[in-house]
Design a protein around this ligand. Structure first.
Ligand code: OGA
Ligand code: MN
Length: 221
């Protein structure tokens, strides 16, 4: 990568992060198409499918640690937690570290760490309307979803539906197109994944605050 490419890329990130922060302040959610260019989200997509062929994914549950229960009537995707030891995954985690610092600088959110997983929905897969965090429960403060799907069209379904927390009305239907990043407040914004006619892949992640106390170390997930 040349010096100019490097500059363009960090400039683009700064522009995206500023727009995300503004939208979070105004309405609690943000959509950033083209956050990652094709070459970068394709290498994540390749990595995701490689990990899936290696049988590393497991059916997704609801809740954390001990209360992680499988509820296929609510969601039926498969997931794999990202790790810094994998180069493609580490590159993405580094970008989210930059976003974490920018969010803390401008919104004083005290975001402490980030956890993220690949998610793979088979055709017809869904995740019913939900919040990512019940107040005080999982200390997830800000959610992110990055889509890794090539050439997604509207008739293929699979939209992320964002609901207004007050009125319950649909506010947006976002296509899971490769490179699009969605960011929203985990405790406030109800959302839903509607079924698609094809396989759908993404990285869902959460910035968390630290809720450890003297009696209990905050579990990582
Ligand atoms: C989630 C989620 C949205 C999406 O994993 O909690 O809401 O569009 N994902 O994949
Ligand atoms: Mn969610």
């Amino acid at each position: 990568m040349s010096k100019q490419d490097n500059f363009d890329q960090s400039n683009w990130l700064a522009v995206c992060h500023a727009a995300i922060i503004r939208a979070l302040m105004e309405k609690g959610w943000a959509v950033c198409p083209g956050y990652l260019e094709a070459a970068r989200y394709s290498s994540l997509q390749d990595d995701l499918y490689r990990c899936d062929r290696e049988g590393k994914f497991t059916p997704a549950g609801i809740g954390r640690q001990d209360d992680n229960t499988l509820l296929p009537s609510i969601r039926n995707d498969r997931t794999l937690w990202l790790s810094k030891t994998n180069p493609a995954q580490a590159a993405f985690l580094l970008l989210m570290e930059k976003l974490r610092c920018d969010l803390n600088r401008d919104l004083f959110l005290g975001l402490f760490e980030y956890e993220a997983h690949y998610a793979l929905y088979d055709p017809g897969g869904f995740y019913k309307k939900h919040l990512d965090s019940l107040r005080g429960e999982k200390n997830r403060i800000v959610s992110t979803v990055l889509y890794l799907n090539t050439e997604w069209t509207e008739d293929q379904g699979g939209q992320l539906v964002i609901y207004d927390p007050q009125s319950g009305q649909r506010q947006a239907e976002i296509l899971p197109a490769g490179g699009t990043l969605v960011v929203f407040l985990s405790e406030d914004i109800p959302h839903e994944v509607i079924p698609a006619s094809r396989e759908r892949c993404s990285i869902a992640g959460w910035f968390r605050c630290n809720a450890s106390t003297a009696e209990r170390i905050d579990p990582p997930r």
